[in-house]
Write a protein that binds this ligand. Structure first.
Ligand code: DQA
Length: 137
């Protein structure tokens, strides 16, 4: 089964960015470990800081892949376009957030992804991506 992890804006800085919230591990390192742990899964990773590129990627994979693990980061709280893209595609999407967005500022409590997601994993750190992967498998 082909599964893709899609990360949104600023998540390219994981490991360096607000480490008390997001931890010290870069996503590239975490992803390498995940690939090693699940060698039989066709697992891909895409990150962009640009909303339209995230939408294009969802369109590209969304009629073929068995699952999409999506952390749309700040666009979660603002992007009608990404919400609509999830509605438009056929692949199931699991929404992941590293931090517990409900324990943070109120603007993070709104998600345009959640109503269209198959499931949501929030606040369990990077482990959330692996739990989403296991759910698809
Ligand atoms: C995040 C939470 C968002 O509110 C924030 O904008 C992010 C990361 C998370 O994984 O905890 O960039 O999606």
């Amino acid at each position: 089964m082909k599964i893709i992890i899609i990360n949104g804006p600023n998540l390219n800085l994981l490991g360096k960015r607000e480490t008390t919230i997001y931890g010290n591990t870069s996503f590239e390192d975490y992803f390498k470990g995940l690939q090693k742990a699940y060698p039989t899964v066709q697992l891909e990773y895409f990150q962009s800081n640009i909303e339209g590129e995230l939408i294009d990627k969802l369109h590209e994979v969304g009629f073929e892949y068995g699952g999409v693990i999506l952390n749309a980061a700040a666009y979660t709280h603002t992007s009608v376009g990404i919400g609509d893209a999830i509605k438009a595609i056929e692949s199931p999407v699991i929404e992941v957030h590293i931090s517990n967005v409900y324990a943070r500022e109120e603007f993070r409590h709104r998600s345009y992804i959640s109503p269209n997601a198959k499931g949501i994993i929030i606040g369990l750190g990077l482990q959330g991506y692996e739990l989403a992967l296991q759910a698809f498998l």
